[in-house]
Design a binder for this molecule. Structure first.
Ligand SMILES: [Zn+2]
Length: 379
């Protein structure tokens, strides 16, 4: 198989239903990708991921580089074999992690020097290294190395980081082309639109990316990092008309149910977030009536499933009363069962959005869905 292929099957307003063909399989969009930071989606096995309908997962370059190292992963057959996930994988470039680390960090045009969170050793990531590491890992989609600034960064700081990100993108693309020359179609590289909450910068980021070439996908990064939600929606609305319609758009780090639906309405196709598994491990479960805290005493003797509309293992087999017992007794199974349900919830939400887009009823449906989710409130 050569380059990835993306086909739009239906649209409803700016929302799109499509199909993305990658070296390790097909992904119907919109789609939610569970996050396997360390080459594992916490508390879930690849068999669980298959069962909940996940078709593509994300892994993290920084974490796998620091431990166990990309050479070890390559020796063990590459990331797909290493983590026993045969379907598509996307690796984040490490930019976001390096810029979120506490402690020492020095940025210049060459790259970033930082301190490993595992052993404190000084390490250096450059655009070329980030591409080489991702090539060794062997994911279907690699991300360009970017300079990420906090959501509330002022315009000068955001512009400086954006200009550096653009220079780094050229270097990433050059290195990736050289590696791919010998194995065309093995992996594709996607750029990341940065610019914090500044609409002018976001627009110029899109223009610079498109000036640098044809891409098989485009990501939007640096959102959902603490800025007001309205800023994220404004950014997406502003750039949507100038994003090429023929390639998938990936909104990085977004995965709360309402945000997912609003972003689909604004033309985004792929999403990832640690929230469903992190919240699941904390006893918080998504339901169509808003999040539910399973530790709540009200669930002590409740025979009902977590979410009666859900078809996952958790909801088809166990009562709220039993799930609450697992959390109160600190049993590991509880962590798995709530994580499993939350991932299934977002996968199903994207699947339903896809059906609604195909049927031309997405816009009305997604507004009603969000109203119900917000008005029933936390239980
Ligand atoms: Zn469920």
């Amino acid at each position: 198989m050569s380059t990835p292929r993306f086909r739009i099957e239906a649209t409803d307003g700016a929302a799109r239903a499509g199909s993305l063909l990658l070296p390790h399989g097909e992904v119907e969009t919109p789609a939610f990708m569970p996050v396997g930071t360390q080459g594992t989606v916490r508390a879930l096995s690849p068999f669980d991921l298959e069962a909940v309908g996940a078709r593509m997962v994300l892994a993290n370059t920084y974490h796998l580089h620091v431990r166990p190292g990309e050479d070890t992963v390559a020796e063990l057959g590459g990331l797909h074999r290493f983590m026993a996930w045969p379907r598509p994988i996307l690796t984040d470039s490490g930019g976001f992690q390096v810029f979120s680390l506490e402690g020492f960090r020095r940025v210049d045009d060459e790259g970033v020097e930082f301190q490993s969170h595992v052993d404190g050793a000084r390490r250096r990531l450059t655009p070329e290294r980030a591409v080489e590491i991702q090539w060794a890992l062997g994911a279907d989609v690699a991300m360009a190395f970017d300079h990420v600034v906090p959501g509330g960064a002022d315009e000068a700081a955001a512009r400086d980081a954006l200009e550096r990100t653009t220079r780094w993108l050229e270097r990433c693309a050059r290195r990736h082309r050289a590696l791919a020359a010998e194995h065309p179609g093995r992996q594709t590289l996607w750029p990341i639109v940065q610019g914090a909450g500044h609409l002018g910068l976001r627009q110029s980021a899109v223009n610079s990316i498109l000036d640098l070439g044809d891409w098989s996908g485009i990501a939007v990064g640096g959102l959902a990092v603490g800025e007001p939600k309205t800023v994220m929606y404004e950014v997406l609305e502003t750039i949507e008309p100038s994003l090429p319609s023929a390639v998938p758009r990936y909104l990085m780090g977004v995965g709360f149910p309402e945000d997912l639906l609003r972003a689909i309405a604004l033309g985004q196709d792929l999403f990832d977030c640690v929230a469903p598994t992190r919240n699941g491990r904390n006893g918080s479960a998504y339901t169509p009536d808003g999040p539910l805290n399973i530790r709540n005493a009200a669930h002590r003797a409740d025979p009902a499933p977590l979410d009666e509309t859900c078809d996952c293992e958790t909801c088809s087999s166990y009562s709220r009363g039993y799930l609450r017992h697992l959390f109160v007794a600190d049993e590991l199974l509880g962590l798995r069962l709530l994580s499993l349900h939350n991932v299934r919830f977002l996968v199903r939400l994207a699947e339903e959005a896809r059906r609604r887009i195909a049927g031309g009823t997405f816009r009305a449906w997604h507004t009603e869905w969000i109203d119900r989710y917000n008005t029933r409130g936390t239980k």
